[in-house]
Design a binder for this molecule. Sequence first.
Ligand code: BDR
Ligand code: CA
Length: 316
Amino acid sequence: MTENPSRTLVLDCDPGHDDALALLLAAGHPGVEIAAITTVGGNQTLDKVTHNARAVATVAGLDGVVLAAGCDRPLVRAKVLTDPRTHGESGLDGPALPEPTVALDPRHGVDVLIEAVMSRPPHTVTLVPTGPLTNIATAVRREPAIADRVAEVVLMGGGFAKGNVTAAAEFNIYTDPEAAHVVFTAPWRVTMVGIDLTHQALATPDVVDRFRALGTTAGRFVVDMLGFFGPAYRAKQGFAAPPVHDVCAVARVLDPAVMTVRPAHVAVELRGKHTTGMTVTDFAGRDGQALDHLVATELDIARFWDLVLDAVGRLA
Ligand code: BDR
Ligand code: CA
């Protein structure tokens, strides 16, 4: 068993249905310390995703967790894209959201993120970004020492063979390609869990039944989320069952053996006529490019859902 017995995470997110389930996975998995939850404008505006993060943290029983709002727009581009067709006008349509009991930290999310890393021993904190990379890029520019200090960066975004906003680009990278460029060129190793991998993590009807069978508040919350997310994904992208992208990044940290990764060089296209936001992935190290990152390729689907169901099943 290669499951990590204990992990300290910063969850940088834009909930978002799959961000929300990623948060529930981290909250329910034994041995996880959530050092901070930081939010970023992405699937919806910063205000909306921050409210959603607080509501989901409330469902997860994370009262007392440090939760702060970060950047509301990309580094260079004019505004966040938002994606109401996939996530609804609220960013988390479907379930009834509880009135949040988890407080909003008044500090900026980027400051919170830096503090979470720098106040803990070296190489103990893993950054798990599951939205546009604006906060992470800003943090590593503001405090470059975090690059050496983190354990690793495991992000959901990009893809080595395809996109989902355009033929070439995935949503999180396309929203803020300049931030993604900063993150992939900073002196740390990134594990890219892109859509080639996350499209294997489909919440099929049997998976929904397993969440329903938990008979808990958290289990019902997931069923209600998937009740919106599934039809939305079918209508917009023609999927028979929705891919729970962001959950895969957290799963990789908690149980590295849940997926296969390969060393690669990743460059972010900033100015392509048809390819802006593409994560150009080179597994061969052409032109002497360092294979300095890891790119996820194949998911152990049964192991993945067992991990997620076990963790969510531990929540009330
Ligand atoms: C990513 O974009 C968002 O819609 C999801 O939350 C996920 O982070 C998938 O492309
Ligand atoms: Ca997300």
